[in-house]
Design a protein around this ligand. Structure first.
Ligand SMILES: CC(=O)SCCNC(=O)CCNC(=O)[C@H](O)C(C)(C)COP(=O)(O)OP(=O)(O)OC[C@H]1O[C@@H](n2cnc3c(N)ncnc32)[C@H](O)[C@@H]1OP(=O)(O)O
Length: 515
């Protein structure tokens, strides 16, 4: 008999996460969800031995994340020799703050009767607010050196293990100068408090970022070796040193995912970088696929207006500037795209070089008509033969687009590629560029779907306003003492107001992702 099968259960199913807020007489559930991963806590198999009907309920107060652990089960395995049920309290203590191991009535009383909750504000300072689907949200940010920030983060840390693959909780007991390198961003929904003493804040997600020393070989180097330096050097605040900002952990809780909060949080962090003269670049530590998609989407919309303003596109005739025997042997990058301009755009928006290349390639691909791209049925054999001599400028653009991507890929993986035979090397590059291109096509399709739904929303809104205006006008023209002249003025007034509103709505819509 395999006792393990009978007595073990799926840890992801057994763990329930519940967000609560005060109710009429006792705390009520705002949301309930399961973790995505439990392997850091319960092992690679994500199974728990020794219980039947096991429920591990992790409760969190919606505003300050006060935690509570409640374990219940139908039956527990009786120890036989060395085989015993997992000691759940001992296991969980390594991941959840001590304060969570109280009785349920104690926790419920603390949440329900917390008189201070009504005055609770998230830790740090408010840095951004937005409305989505008629609900209001705020983003707050504070240094990890601030005890309030640390307190809420320590309560939230278990989410990193439960939702971010390979994510590890931060050490919050480091020396102060190290803690100062970290900024934590919290996203909260602002809700109507359910009771007179309840908080108006409810957690949505959070992100941690840290400053990563940036070695600047420019003016800073010369000043550091100046002859006038006297020792000991004056104290320098970490926040004054040039740095890359790195996003370490980024999480939107499951009930709020897919509603644009990740995009708001990312663009807020980007805006903060943009405004901070000591930050040189925004980078991300080990992003996963979902985060890459979010980041690509957000960065694309950040850079789109710049690319459009400068009419960035691939020059289909880069050899025009060269006579036949003077043609460069390599990809004529500087004749294909405005290298200096693009460098300036990249550094001013503080986007890291690889990420910028992705977004630029995505944008340049979008400039080539769909029918001239592989996904749109372009004749790839003809392109292979004709190359840059193809008649259609868009076909030539597409040829050069693939060459630019191959050039980047080659530079990135040169050490591996030069070990291959030239024919294998060409095939590998060909396969990789096709994979990269397929990924871009998925993103471009998602962008145009979003664009269409935005246009539909705007059209619906216009239609709604128009019928509202028409209803008002109908009422006005029915007025017994209304003159024609007066009616016309009323009509014009409504029309003009409508146009203004439309323009504003459109402007807001196109600017929206920039936050
Ligand atoms: C550095 C790191 O920490 S990497 C780890 C990132 N965190 C996690 O994976 C934890 C669990 N997941 C999450 O927290 C969230 O789902 C996030 C952060 C990945 C995304 O946040 P959300 O608020 O759900 O994203 P948002 O609604 O703003 O979506 C923005 C875009 O991101 C992309 N995206 C979001 N989630 C996903 C996903 N699961 N898979 C693929 N693409 C996704 C889409 O392109 C989406 O655009 P669309 O709305 O036009 O479809």
């Amino acid at each position: 008999m395999d006792a393990g099968d009978d007595w073990s259960c799926d840890a992801n199913d057994a763990v329930h996460i519940t967000v609560v807020q005060p109710g009429e007489t006792k705390p009520k559930t705002l949301s309930n969800f399961h973790p995505q991963f439990t392997y850091p806590i319960f092992g690679d198999e994500e199974r728990i031995f020794g219980y039947k009907g096991l429920i591990i309920r992790l409760r969190f107060a919606a505003h300050d994340l006060r935690p509570h652990v409640h374990i219940s089960y139908d039956e527990k395995f009786k120890t036989v020799d060395d085989t015993a049920a997992v000691d759940l309290n001992e296991t969980l203590k390594l991941w959840i703050p001590e304060e969570a191991f109280t009785t349920l009535p104690e926790f419920e009383k603390a949440v329900q009767d917390d008189e201070t909750a009504k005055d609770f504000v998230p830790p740090g300072k408010p840095v951004h607010s937005y409305t989505s689907r008629q609900r209001n949200y705020e983003i707050w940010a504070g240094s990890l050196a601030d005890p309030r920030v640390r307190h809420v983060l320590e309560r939230a840390q278990v989410f990193v293990s439960l939702f971010i693959e390979a994510g590890t909780p931060l050490a919050t007991d480091d020396p102060e100068w190290t803690l100062e390198r970290w900024t934590v961003y919290f996203v909260y929904e602002k809700v109507d408090p359910p009771t007179p003493t309840a908080s108006q804040y409810s957690i949505v997600g959070y992100a941690t970022t840290y400053r990563w020393w940036y070695y600047n070989r420019g003016p800073l180097e010369s000043s550091a070796i100046s002859k006038d330096v006297s020792f000991p050097l004056p104290d320098v605040a970490v926040s004054d040193l040039p740095a890359r900002l790195r996003i370490a952990q980024f999480l939107i809780l499951p009930p709020h995912q897919g509603s644009g909060h990740g995009t708001h949080l990312y663009t807020t962090i980007h805006t903060k970088c943009f405004e901070d003269p000591t930050i040189v670049e925004l980078t991300v530590e080990d992003p996963n696929e979902a985060f890459d998609a979010l980041r690509d989407t957000a960065d694309y919309h950040i850079l789109l207006p710049e690319f459009a303003k400068h009419k960035v596109n691939i020059n289909p005739d880069p050899y025009e500037a060269h006579s036949r025997n003077q043609r460069p042997r390599r990809v004529p990058t500087a004749d294909l795209i405005p290298v200096k301009l693009l460098h300036d755009i990249r550094t001013s928006y503080k986007i890291s070089p690889t990420q910028f290349s992705h977004i630029l390639e995505l944008f340049l691909l979008s400039r080539i008509p769909f029918e001239n791209r592989q996904a749109g049925g372009a004749n790839m054999s003809r392109l292979l033969i004709k190359k840059y001599r193809a008649e259609d400028p868009n076909e030539r653009r597409y040829y050069w687009w693939r060459m630019l991507v191959k050039q980047r890929l080659y530079k990135r993986s040169r050490d591996i590629l030069i070990q291959l035979d030239p024919s294998d090397r060409i095939q590998k590059l060909e396969e990789t560029v096709t994979n990269v291109e397929e990924g871009y096509e998925v993103l471009l399709k998602a962008f145009s779907a979003r664009q269409e739904s935005l246009i539909a929303e705007i059209t619906d809104e216009k239609e709604r306003k128009r019928s509202q205006s028409a209803a008002v006008l109908d009422e006005a023209s029915e007025a017994p003492n209304g003159t024609l002249g007066r009616d016309q003025r009323v009509k014009r007034k409504f029309t003009v107001a409508d146009d203004d509103d439309e323009e504003e709505t459109e402007g807001e819509a196109s600017k929206r992702p920039k936050v």
